[in-house]
Structure formats: C-alpha cells, structure tokens
Design a protein around this ligand. Sequence first.
Ligand SMILES: Cc1cc2nc3c(=O)[nH]c(=O)nc-3n(C[C@H](O)[C@H](O)[C@H](O)COP(=O)(O)OP(=O)(O)OC[C@H]3O[C@@H](n4cnc5c(N)ncnc54)[C@H](O)[C@@H]3O)c2cc1C
Ligand SMILES: NC(=O)c1ccc[n+]([C@@H]2O[C@H](COP(=O)([O-])OP(=O)(O)OC[C@H]3O[C@@H](n4cnc5c(N)ncnc54)[C@H](O)[C@@H]3O)[C@@H](O)[C@H]2O)c1
Length: 450
Amino acid sequence: MTRSYDLIVIGAGMAGVAAANKCASAGWRVAIVDALPYGGTCALRGCDPKKILRRGAEIIDSARLMRGKGIDDAGLSMNWADLIKHKHGFTDPVPRNMEDSLSGNGVDTLHGQARFTNAHTIAIDGRSYDAAHFLIAAGARPRPLDFPGHEHLVDSTAFMDLPALPRRILFVGGGFISFEFAHIAARAGSTPVILDRGPRPLKAFDPDLVELLINRGAEAGIELWRSTTITSIEKSGGGYQVSLARSGRPEDVEFDLIVHGAGRIPELSGLDLDAAGVEWDEQGVRVAAHLQSTSNAAVYAAGDAAYTPGMPLTPVAVIEAKVAASNMLKATTTVPDYTGIPTAVFTIPELTRVGMLEQQARDQGIDVDVRYRDTSGWYSNYRIGETTAATKILIDRSTDRIVGAHLLGPEYGELVNFFGLAMKLELTTHQLKSMTAAYPTVGSDVGSIL
Ligand SMILES: Cc1cc2nc3c(=O)[nH]c(=O)nc-3n(C[C@H](O)[C@H](O)[C@H](O)COP(=O)(O)OP(=O)(O)OC[C@H]3O[C@@H](n4cnc5c(N)ncnc54)[C@H](O)[C@@H]3O)c2cc1C
Ligand SMILES: NC(=O)c1ccc[n+]([C@@H]2O[C@H](COP(=O)([O-])OP(=O)(O)OC[C@H]3O[C@@H](n4cnc5c(N)ncnc54)[C@H](O)[C@@H]3O)[C@@H](O)[C@H]2O)c1
C-alpha cells in the first residue's frame, strides 16, 4: 500500500529539517527520510564536530603565542582520543533529539535510502510513498577522484573519528577542509602537507589574506605544495607512497595518512532522478531561482544538493530550505536573498569573507575604495600575542556602502557578522561607525578597520 503526504523531504540535515518543520507547523502532512542517522553533515560530520576539535588546537596555539609573555607551554599537549570523546558528547545525542523534535512537531520520520520510481512516488526499502511535493535536501559527498590508489584516501568524516593522529598527513586539495584540518593536525603534533593542483589555494577568499594565512600556517609547521598533481598512491609498509608532480617535477613521498579535501559534489546518484523527470547534473538539481525543479513542478531542492548561486554552507542551506518551504506552502516564487551571508575558514586564526572579492567588484565596474589594515600590532592582537591579522574592506565610493569585507584574525569569525549585517541592511560606513562597541572588544576595532 502507498502512503500519501503533502510533502516528503529527502535528507534530514539542516535544510531538510528546517523545511519539514515549517510545513508541518503550517498543517501539512509531512514525512522526512534519511539513509543515515538524523542530523546531516553539519551537526554530525561537519561544522560542529570540526569546531570542537579546533578548540583543542586553539588552546595549544594560544599558549604558544604567549610563550615568554607569562605562559609556560612546556608539556602542554593535545590528547586526541579525549578530544574525540568530547566531540561524541555533542554528536551522539543529535539523531535521537532531532528525530524526537520532528515527531513532536507531527513529522513522520522514515529511515532508508529514498529513490524515485515516478514523478510523484519514492520507494524506501521496497515500500512506496507518494506526495504532492518533494524537497530534495540530500547534501553532498566527496568528489570522486580517479588517480590510481585514490581508494586509500580517508574523507573528512573518517578523519574526525580517527583513534589517533599519525605524524605525516597529506591533505589533497587546497580548500576549506584541508586548511581547517591541517591547522588542527599541526597543533596536535602532526606534520601536515596541503597539496593543491593550482597555484592559488582557497580561491574563494581574498588572495592577500590567503598568503598571510599560508605564512602563519608555515610557522605552525604546515607545508603547502602548489601546482601539484598526484600520479598514484600505493600502500607501503605502515603508510603510503605518493607519486606526484610538483610544478611538473616527479617525486615520490611517504605519508602515514592521506585525507580527501578535493571538493564535494551533490549526493544525487542514488535518487534515480531520471525516473521522476528531474533535471540534474554534477552541480546539483537544476532549479529555478525560487528553488522549484526546472522539469518537475512537484519537486524543489535546497542546500548542498541544489544548483543555486548560494555556496554549499549551512546558513545557505537553511535559508534556501525556508524559502522553498514557503514557496511550496503558498505557491509563490520568492527568491532567497543571499546578501550578506558570511563564510569563515576555521584555521588559526580564522579567515573570513562576506560579499564580493576585490577583483569581482572591479569587474562589475564599481568605483571601489579598498581599505586595507594590518591589524597584527593592534591592542586586541598584541594582548594575545597574535602575529598575523589583517582586514580588507571594499566600499562603493558612490554609495558609501560595503560591497565586500575580508578579515583574517582571531575572533574575526564573529566580527564578520557585523559586516554581513551592515550589507544586508544597506548601512553606510558612516552609519556603521556610529555604533558604540563595548571596550576593549574586537568589535571596538570596527571604527579603525573602516
Ligand atoms: C568537514 C566539513 C565541515 C564543514 N564546516 C562548515 C562550517 O563550519 N560552516 C558551514 O557553514 N558549513 C560547513 N560545512 C558545509 C555544511 O556542512 C553543509 O553546507 C550543510 O551541512 C548542508 O546541509 P544540507 O541539509 O544541504 O545537507 P546535509 O546536511 O548533508 O544532509 C543531507 C542528508 O541527506 C541524506 N541523504 C542523501 N541522499 C539520500 C537518499 N537518497 N535517501 C535518504 N537520505 C539521503 C544524507 O544521509 C544526509 O544526512 C562543512 C562541511 C564539511 C564536510
Ligand atoms: N568552514 C566552512 O564553512 C566549511 C568547512 C569545510 C567544508 N565546507 C564546505 O564543503 C565544501 C567542500 O570542501 P573541500 O575543502 O573539500 O572543497 P573546496 O571546494 O573548498 O576545495 C577543493 C580544493 O581542492 C582542489 N582540488 C580538486 N581536485 C584536486 C586534485 N585532484 N588534486 C589536488 N587538488 C585538487 C581544488 O583546486 C580546490 O582548491 C566547501 O566548498 C565548503 O562549501 C565549508
């Protein structure tokens, strides 16, 4: 027998749960399904556990920065196994709590791999469910790699469950995951290498600030190999022999662990979207700007699984899911507002961005006033011994509004939110400078940064 719903949500991550709750609260009959324990990437395998592990690294780094300034860090070390246990203290209760909360809100919680059988029906473990609407919120998975020996790589999920960290770790790809994990691993006592195929890693961030971060990472023991491609990986003894070409020169290097940080792609291959007439490709489910499938009106998509202008980030997933839910409920075509959504790479210190890159602003013909500050010697950084910090704010001269803010420094992951809000509310720098911040806080630097 087929069970019928107003909405079936595929994927119980940040996007799926937000949409399921919103539609159930509006009185719709809603089901949600996940093949894995409820919670999705962010809560179980991404943002949250990652930042718990980073806390250990922050403490080691903070103590090192204060060496000779009143703190003796001799003998201070990270206990990886205890840190992982601390992480599980947060992640383990998530699936039960999330499922209870959904059930309490009237959502049917299903388990298993969902697969479309036609335009209005999915099958889960041989049982059929149909619905007037579907939301595909299936997230992403590591991009498949094709060099011989790629199967020896561990992904970010496995990295965050390693019982111990080995010494020689290679991170493949110069993006978010490799940089964040390498910064943790270096403070845990490993010697990480980040390998990127191109000359410039972290391409989504300001190139000047990225170079400062790379130098700070080098001081912490992180090597970066640019313009490097892997030819093959073979098991050798307790580790791996990696054959690679650095700027064209062949080399063989031994590592104990190799981690995938070479990008993620939407997790769509098991859904049989063709059976539902849903257009998709490697970038995600093809949707109109209001998140409805371009080829099946019953289907919407949000988060990492959807091909949209939003980056694959948690706040984007949540905004898209809420807009998709609202459009389904009201049969409207509202478009998500991506203005002022910040992003941060949680290295030590963190690198953040909101709005345009300098080059993008110039390409758009904006008369841009670039306000760059080396903040490393400022009181807030002197106090903690930080050697590397800088900001670059891009202001449209014609409106006095911020079109981009780029920050590298301790606590700047919080600071960037000010700039995001200013962009969202279209505040001028004159208005932003009128804010009085508590003193001395990092926020009290905003006036000088501007
Ligand atoms: C290591 C790491 C760190 C990150 N750190 C940050 C960060 O600090 N800040 C930030 O903003 N973003 C971060 N991200 C990105 C963020 O986690 C994602 O953008 C966000 O989780 C996407 O949410 P989602 O709901 O679209 O998908 P997900 O949370 O991935 O949920 C999708 C769910 O769908 C399920 N699913 C897939 N296919 C099916 C199927 N056929 N049937 C049933 N279930 C299915 C999956 O099991 C999964 O649980 C990080 C990502 C990673 C990998
Ligand atoms: N703090 C955060 O918000 C956060 C943290 C982790 C992940 N994420 C999300 O997860 C996504 C995936 O993260 P990621 O770090 O895997 O990808 P990424 O897209 O950030 O970076 C991938 C990098 O790998 C390089 N690359 C690709 N294939 C390669 C190969 N074969 N050899 C060498 N280099 C190669 C690319 O040039 C690029 O620099 C991110 O785009 C981001 O949206 C966000």
